[in-house]
Design a protein around this ligand. Structure first.
Ligand SMILES: Nc1ncnc2c1ncn2[C@@H]1O[C@H](COP(=O)(O)OP(=O)(O)OP(=O)(O)O)[C@@H](O)[C@H]1O
Length: 362
């Protein structure tokens, strides 16, 4: 997917912007508070239907405006053109429009435009909560496995049902409840198998990229399924039944799965510096981009916010080289162009300057 034109209206401090990004690399520079991250946030909305900075859509609507809108003309990987729009008002639910057809289904938008993001907070992928890492794996599965979203939504519903039964102290073995338990196990084992398989496909790519990005360390990534290693989910649920009833929720299952990063047997966050952790995250994201391309023959859109704050100059260059070589459409923000002085070597690039919410091509 490539975005050919982007139009923003009443998004944060951007009253109105209309620009044609490069199909390869767009550098967006400007002073603090000029609106660079707002552009990245708006593009992220196209890929996720939400912000990465806030859960409140209202915060992204320009003060005094009723709604924001984000519109793009894009070309997919088979050369078909689409017009995609998204609006959020202070009151409505989510609505998007794809080639004139309106939809309230987030999945319609999200499956169309695959977007990845790297920001100063990206180390959370390693040091943050397991939920961050599950979302990372699930992004890959969502874009690769057609039925993944349906299965994931079904699992969430089954988990909710099981937790409700546990809270009510219901007898899980009663015939009317045993059905739900069985469904939970079937879908849960399936979800686990897909995640495990995804991580095993990602591992060799990650190892190869890490040996280039962090050659001084041997970084290993492993998958924890969310319950005891050698047990089936049925056995684990049975073993924890009494405890789960006491606490009122399910303590084992794929909703507890995680990724673990280790360097010589120790947790990566105990060994690596902050900059090295960022490189590990960059390697992880590059691996995911590569796997996504290999398995779908599609290209993703990559957003790199405030790259100067994240990585030193050769790491920045290596990361951007990797993304450009994979033909992702890349949007990079920096306070000053000099933070990316190596950028001159890229042929197909565009430079944009942002000032008080106005975007101008240089
Ligand atoms: N809802 C809103 N309406 C109008 N302006 C807003 C809104 N939300 C944030 N702003 C303002 O938008 C401006 C742009 O913020 P943004 O985070 O995009 O800046 P930036 O260029 O990325 O800055 P930095 O380099 O400091 O990260 C800020 O001055 C912020 O106060």
């Amino acid at each position: 997917m490539k975005l050919d034109r982007v139009q923003l209206t009443d998004f944060r401090n951007i009253k109105s912007a209309d620009f044609n990004p490069s199909r390869s690399l767009s550098l967006i520079s400007g002073k603090n508070g000029s609106g660079k991250s707002s552009i990245i946030e708006a593009l992220y909305y196209l890929g996720y239907g939400r912000s990465f900075r806030t859960n409140k859509h209202e915060s992204a609507i320009q003060h005094d405006a009723e709604r924001f809108s984000i519109f793009t003309r894009c070309t997919d990987d088979s050369g078909d053109e689409s017009a995609v729009g998204l609006q959020r008002s202070r009151h409505d639910q989510f609505t998007c429009s794809i080639n004139g057809n309106h939809s309230h289904r987030l999945a319609d938008l999200v499956s169309l435009i695959p977007v990845q993001l790297f920001t100063p907070q990206s180390t959370d992928l390693i040091i943050g909560s397991p939920g961050e890492r599950r979302r990372f794996i699930d992004w890959g599965l969502f874009h690769v496995e057609h039925q993944f979203n349906l299965m994931f939504q079904t699992f969430q519903k089954l988990l909710k049902t099981r937790n409700t039964l546990l809270k009510r102290q219901a007898n899980i073995d009663a015939p009317e409840n045993a059905y739900w338990e069985q469904q939970f196990v079937t879908v849960g084992e399936h979800l686990n198998a897909q995640r495990k398989d995804y991580v095993s496909r990602l591992q060799p790519i990650f190892n190869a990229i890490c040996s280039e990005f962090l050659p001084e360390f041997s970084l290993e990534i492993s998958y924890y399924k969310g319950w005891e290693k050698d047990a089936s989910l049925t056995d684990s649920l049975l073993r924890k039944r009494e405890y789960d009833s006491k606490v009122g929720y399910t303590t084992s299952g794929p909703h507890k799965s995680d990724l673990r990063f280790k360097v010589d047997g120790s947790l990566a966050q105990e060994i690596l510096s902050r900059g090295q952790l960022r490189m590990a995250v960059a390697a992880l994201q590059l691996s995911q981009t590569k796997l996504f391309q290999q398995e779908t023959q599609r290209k993703s859109i990559f957003l790199l916010d405030d790259v100067g704050a994240e990585l030193d100059i050769d790491k920045r260059e290596r990361f951007i080289d990797g993304l450009v070589a994979m033909d992702t459409q890349l949007f990079v923000t920096a306070i000053e162009r000099e933070q990316l002085d190596f950028i001159d070597k890229y042929k197909d690039k565009k430079l944009f300057h942002v000032e008080h919410g106005h975007v101008k091509e240089e």
